[in-house]
Design a binder for this molecule. Structure first.
Ligand code: PBG
Length: 330
């Protein structure tokens, strides 16, 4: 192998043009998916404290937002529903309300930005009064547990409801076993063989989702999510989760969080050829925003470096709250 002084890696870093020519990873608006929080009502734009720049939106303002995102070149939005507390119950039944905020927002976005890809997050935690991602049952030793198989039915109904409202894709984020297969069967039986499933294959439990839970009012009222979301320490188990979701029929694999899981994203990239999505989560966003507001970092550059790192790790798509701001700065 040629060595110094024959080999000088700095040669190709010398000018902006050379760096441009040798740059391996390029982020474009095509790579981004913007998450939107939707609630019922009209003309709502309520700022979320822990996520500066993000708001809770009503279907009309969500449609307007989607239209602007589309004009900025962003091809997709991901919707999270925030029902009023009065709609929540122990089995999350408003998750499949055809008149709920997500269904309404899907229809409004369809009108405002017809070509936009509308992805519906499918989970129970925003809709249950206890804030867990599924149906609870009593457990002799542990007090309670999230009933996997009873939850599958709820998830399938929620996915169907979103597809019927016009969602282009559904994205189950609950981490129940077998939900991809169950949702696939339900969609197919309803004639929706063309609706893809973006599966949150490896989703880790942790403090990463704090700001989101404030935004969505979805924090568990007791306990935590460690019996269904993964332990952040486990890399091999993530591979097993990815494999099983592929076998069950996932069309796109999602890894979450993103910055804390760059190794997992790389593993996923190397083990399969499915399109790969990474979720740059609420805490990753909030940390950059907080440091930026304090003048401690160059926020715009750090956002760019964040997105580039996630893409370099192997993601094809990035769900990020920075989507709009980043696209505007290009
Ligand atoms: C629903 C869901 C969560 C997020 C996406 N879907 C919250 C959670 O699992 O508690 C978090 C996203 C983020 O933090 O930005 N289960």
């Amino acid at each position: 192998m040629a060595k110094f002084p024959v080999q000088r890696l700095r040669r190709l870093r010398a000018t902006p043009t050379l760096r441009r020519m040798t740059r391996e990873t390029l982020v474009t608006p095509d790579d981004l998916i913007a998450p939107l929080f939707v609630q019922s009502g009209a003309a709502v734009r309520t700022p979320i404290d822990a996520m500066p720049g993000q708001c809770r939106l009503s279907p009309d303002t969500a449609a307007h937002e989607a239209q602007q995102l589309w004009r900025l070149g962003i091809p997709a939005v991901m919707l999270f529903g925030i029902p009023p507390d009065s709609e929540k119950d122990s089995i999350g039944s408003s998750a499949y309300d055809a008149e709920g905020p997500v269904a309404q927002a899907i229809r409004a976005i369809r009108q405002a930005a017809p070509e936009m890809c509308v992805i519906a997050d499918v989970c129970a935690c925003e809709y249950t009064d206890h804030g867990h991602c599924g149906v609870l049952r009593e457990h002799p030793q542990r007090g309670y547990s999230v009933d996997n198989d009873a939850t599958l039915e709820l998830l399938a109904r929620a996915a169907l409801c979103c597809a019927a409202a016009g969602a282009d894709m559904v994205a189950p984020s609950d981490m129940m076993d077998g939900r991809v297969a169950c949702i696939r069967v339900a969609l197919d039986e309803a004639g929706r063989t063309d609706t893809p499933i973006m599966s949150y294959a490896a989703k880790f439990a942790g403090a990463f989702y704090g700001p989101f839970r404030e935004a969505a009012g979805s924090a568990p009222s007791f306990g935590d999510r460690r019996s269904y979301q993964m332990d952040i320490a486990n890399r091999r188990e993530a591979r097993r989760e990815i494999e099983s979701d592929i076998e069950e029929g996932a069309d796109i694999i999602l890894i979450k969080p993103a910055l804390f899981c760059l190794d997992i994203i790389r593993d996923a990239r190397e083990m399969c050829d499915l399109p790969l999505c990474a979720y740059n989560v609420s805490s990753e966003y909030a940390m950059i925003k907080a440091a930026g507001q304090n003048g401690w970092i160059d926020e715009a550059r750090l956002i760019d470096e964040t997105l580039t790192s996630i893409k370099r790790a192997g993601a094809d798509m990035i769900i990020t709250y920075h989507a709009r701001e980043w696209a505007q700065s290009q």
